[in-house]
Design a protein around this ligand. Sequence first.
Ligand code: SAM
Ligand code: DTB
Ligand code: SF4
Length: 336
Amino acid sequence: MTTAALANEVRNDWSLDEIHDLFALPFNDLLFRAQTVHRRNFDPNLVQVSTLLSIKTGACAEDCAYCSQSAKYDTGLARERLLPLAEVIAAAETARAKGATRFCMGAAWRNPTDKNLDRVIEMIQAVRSLGMQTCVTLGMLSESQARRLRDAGLDYYNHNLDTSPEFYGNVITTRTFQDRLDTLRQVRGAGINVCAGGILGMGESGNDRARMLQELANLPQHPESVPINMLVQVEGTPLHGSEPIDALAFVRSIAVARILMPRSYVRLSAGRTEMSDETQALCFFAGANSIFYGERLLTTDNPGADHDQALFARLGIAREALDLEADRQTCGGSGH
Ligand code: SAM
Ligand code: DTB
Ligand code: SF4
């Protein structure tokens, strides 16, 4: 195992024992190994930045126990219909002016209707024409919907596994783990870049963390982008009051993700407002090379752009620039 991990191969056959062995390494050994893999594949001082916008908020039919937007829980969130195109363009322009290279639009749907998709496609085309990469997260997709999104020029589709298959039923009952794998297969099959990750800090065990990463790493092709979220505890949701994950256990999970998926962008995602700058610095050392940037995630707060700029300056980290033309030519309409 250790030789394979050091050899930096792209593998899709990680055994659970191998992953547990990585988690069990002394912290310094694990981070050294993750940083070594990271340096073989990326510039260690560049971080990709994406900005999120909730284009349709709340009143969601699903029961995801972490989510502020489920209609099943009283979280005090005001619901909003699908945003007008002009508002989306204005938000994307602001994000671009602040230095984001990817604009991610999220909708609180179980799945989009074909009519919903018409509107979202207009948004994708408008944001793309601003010279940004586009990402959407709209719930489950059919094969024809995935093809329509690809034809519209969508760069990334985000759909998370969220947790291990074994813990999944404790978190969501309205759709299955297999439904999630099926959507990822549609996205991949259509030729759209895959963004798939999960959430830590929901009361899952160490084994669940290892299993979630195993599921991601053993997909037929690694997701290009792997968001690792720390649960944002929202009052009114069933997971509010969960025991927070230990910061060093979170860093370890980032390091293991980096080793298992050496060429993927690992995103230090939700939960940064609860993390110290030092924890975030360790996450970057462990191989995280992407963040959500801007004051809001979808419905909750994110550190301000000023704070992140100051942190990047203290760490000597630069934002990764985007060569959109090269990016779209090499990947046939998609990114890294
Ligand atoms: N409704 C769509 C869906 O679930 O597929 C798209 C939006 S949903 C908000 C996207 C992802 O955000 C979820 O799968 C989950 O991983 C993450 N997320 C949502 N609420 C979160 C929270 N409170 N803390 C951390 N991550 C969260
Ligand atoms: C992902 O993995 N994290 C983002 C994005 N994909 C869509 C969402 C985080 C949401 C955090 C809670 C909120 O702001 O509602
Ligand atoms: Fe709905 Fe997505 Fe929230 Fe689940 S995570 S309740 S599907 S918006």
